[in-house]
Design a protein around this ligand. Sequence first.
Ligand code: DC
Length: 225
Amino acid sequence: MTDNVKAIPVIAIDGPSASGKGTVAQAVAGSLGFHYLDSGALYRIVGLAVVRARGNLENESEVLSILLKINIKFQRDQVLLDGADVAETIRAEPISAAASKVGALAQVRAALLARQHEFRQAPGLVADGRDMGSVVFPDSVLKIYLTASAEARAERRYKQLIGKGFDANMAALLQEIKLRDQRDSERAAAPLQKYTDAFEVDTTRLTVAQSIASVLDYYHRVTVN
Ligand code: DC
């Protein structure tokens, strides 16, 4: 990494699924005029590509060979897999589970590392994921662990899916979220964890606006000289 790149500030926002990371991270990026990295989308695209190829989501070499063949591009609101927009498709629940499975594979994580580093561009980056502050951008100026109770997260996901016209079942979503938390935090490769240098923001009882304000407040505090 050159000194120029090192000087570009990164805000890492990590946390479990459906904790509001995407919404908060995008708003913080918008407010500061920073770039935004949705690292989960990368894992979701890989999950989708493997499902479409009828591959085994837990077979590292199979997943890796599919990953090396696909073309991934982010373009404004679009997420392109081999040129086709899959921004909506990757949000469906089966693809969430597929993303969580491919995310457990160490070689897949390694293969996606350089792609994530490319997002670090001036004037700054807000990166959202599970291991942004621990592995991908360990020199982030601010590390946030954004969380909420599993119940609150299941309810948010439910509303989000229904709003987008997908089918959803509260009990099944809660179970899936708990399973995904377990898989994401118990895996050997870059597990989801609240690392010690992160500030925790629990959004269970916060509005979206309060959650955004809290992260911006931390940022202003750490950047005050
Ligand atoms: O943030 P998300 O819910 O879109 O992520 C989907 C899955 O991708 C998540 O369950 C685990 C995996 N993931 C990961 O392993 N590492 C990241 N930095 C982001 C997502």
